[in-house]
Design a protein around this ligand. Structure first.
Ligand SMILES: NC(=O)c1ccc[n+]([C@@H]2O[C@H](COP(=O)([O-])OP(=O)(O)OC[C@H]3O[C@@H](n4cnc5c(N)ncnc54)[C@H](O)[C@@H]3O)[C@@H](O)[C@H]2O)c1
Ligand SMILES: [Fe+2]
Length: 401
């Protein structure tokens, strides 16, 4: 009998796991970036580089480190595209893709958080196959390989450096578009703890909670399977152990490095076992009211865990044990409740507001109904362990808002 996972009957008759991204981890990897990439056969003819980033990452001095890392290598920086806004933007993606074509760029280096890495994924797609993002919306619509991406994450949340998907905001309709395709995985993910040393505490909290949401939702996903399970549980454990320390002590690089690794593990997990209702609600409220993705996930997470608890109690019990709950002789439901309590306590310790209304999101019945309707149409609902119609889901949205 395992301590974290019970030795239950294996219910799946088949599963697959896919992960084409190579991970290079270590302090100083960016300082030696040219050497690190030069040894990769498939990149030896990809010499025309565009760096994709945003103004905050640029101001933190991280792009300079990439430039130094590439000096004296075979890689020539043709352009630095630093116009990525939070959640990116369809028009910015189109502009970036056009520059890629004009300059005949054949390698993208994305340095930043999810907004930057996802912009690189979309720009690689449009820069290679033409058209616009909407042409490829949904799953498995990308026709073939895209310009390779080297992803250097500077936040500790999205896992986009190893993930199958990308998200962009349509700022006109205030909605988010998602594409998932095996062709969107970055070629190489470079995890250098020095890249997250400058991340402000608030963003460590928000993005770390995004990673925790990925780990929990992948673990209870309808598509859960043993490989992602291993990744998700280890990610949940590392995030729980290090998130509060990293937020409260900016000098603790060990804790930040572990968050960076855990975020990657969770990205690998959810790429194969997709996330659920927390993300569906978060995409909706975050899109409509401009909230940071990690913050809006963090708010909804414990409410959704409560909503899902009865649909897979033994999975929530395992999460409790990953969160250091050692009580024995109590039911899985009771253990699951303790897991939820730990997430709530962590949320408070990180200074995350309780509900969306605390951030001035309207809480009137029309808003609640609109959010319910849009969230129920989100693709993530397909992977939530508890299926729900409007009448069942609306009270959850009312609680969260
Ligand atoms: N593709 C995926 O698999 C996936 C998964 C989850 C979320 N997302 C998407 O990712 C986006 C959010 O990404 P994010 O949470 O990483 O935030 P972000 O990329 O929007 O960055 C947030 C802010 O942090 C600043 N920043 C980033 N790194 C910094 C550093 N080291 N030092 C100082 N400032 C720094 C940026 O300049 C920016 O202002 C959302 O659009 C979300 O939908 C994508
Ligand atoms: Fe997320």
């Amino acid at each position: 009998m395992g301590f974290i996972n019970r030795n239950e009957v294996f219910e799946r008759s088949e599963f697959s796991f896919f992960l084409p991204t190579q991970v290079k981890y270590g302090v100083g990897k960016v300082a030696a970036l040219g050497m690190e990439l030069q040894i990769e056969d498939e990149l030896s003819s990809c010499n025309n580089v565009m760096i994709i980033t945003d103004k905050g990452v640029l101001a933190a001095g991280l792009v300079e480190k990439v430039k130094v890392g590439l000096a004296d290598s075979i890689f020539e920086i043709k352009a630095i595209f630093d116009e990525v806004p939070p959640d990116s933007d369809l028009k910015i993606v189109a502009k970036c893709a056009q520059e890629i074509k004009n300059l005949e760029v054949n390698l993208l280096i994305a340095i930043g958080g999810g907004s930057v890495m996802d912009t690189a994924k979309f720009a690689a797609l449009i820069g290679t196959h033409g058209g616009e993002v909407r042409d490829y919306e949904g799953g498995f619509m990308v026709p073939g390989k895209c310009i390779p991406i080297v992803a250097i994450p500077t936040t500790v949340g999205t896992g986009s450096e190893v993930s199958i998907g990308a998200v962009v905001k349509d700022h006109e309709t205030k909605t988010k578009l998602t594409i998932a395709s095996p062709h969107l995985y970055p070629k190489i993910a470079v995890l250098d703890p020095e890249m997250v040393a400058t991340l402000p505490a608030k963003l460590v909290a928000y993005t770390g909670m995004d990673a925790l949401t990925h780990a929990i939702e992948a673990y209870v996903s309808t598509e859960n399977q043993p490989v992602s399970e291993a990744l998700a549980l280890r990610a949940a454990e590392m995030l729980y152990d290090n998130l509060e320390i990293a937020v409260k002590d900016a000098s603790n690089l060990d804790a930040r490095a572990k968050l960076q690794i855990a975020s990657m593990l969770a990205g690998m997990a959810f790429s194969n076992s997709p996330v659920g209702a927390t993300h569906a609600i978060s995409h909706t409220v975050g899109g409509l009211y401009g909230l940071h993705h990690g913050l809006s996930n963090a708010i909804a997470l414990p409410y959704v865990m409560e909503f899902n608890l009865e649909s897979c109690p033994s999975r929530y019990a395992a999460l409790a044990r990953a969160f250091n709950v050692i009580e024995s002789g109590i039911s899985d439901i009771e253990l699951g409740k303790l897991a939820i309590e730990r997430v709530r306590t962590l949320k408070v310790a990180l200074g995350i507001p309780e509900r969306y209304r605390d951030l001035d999101v309207p809480s009137d019945p029309d808003t609640i109904n609109r959010v319910t309707e849009i969230a129920l149409m989100d693709i993530c609902m397909a992977f939530n362990p508890r299926k729900a119609e409007f009448a069942e889901f609306q009270p959850l949205v009312e609680q969260v808002i």
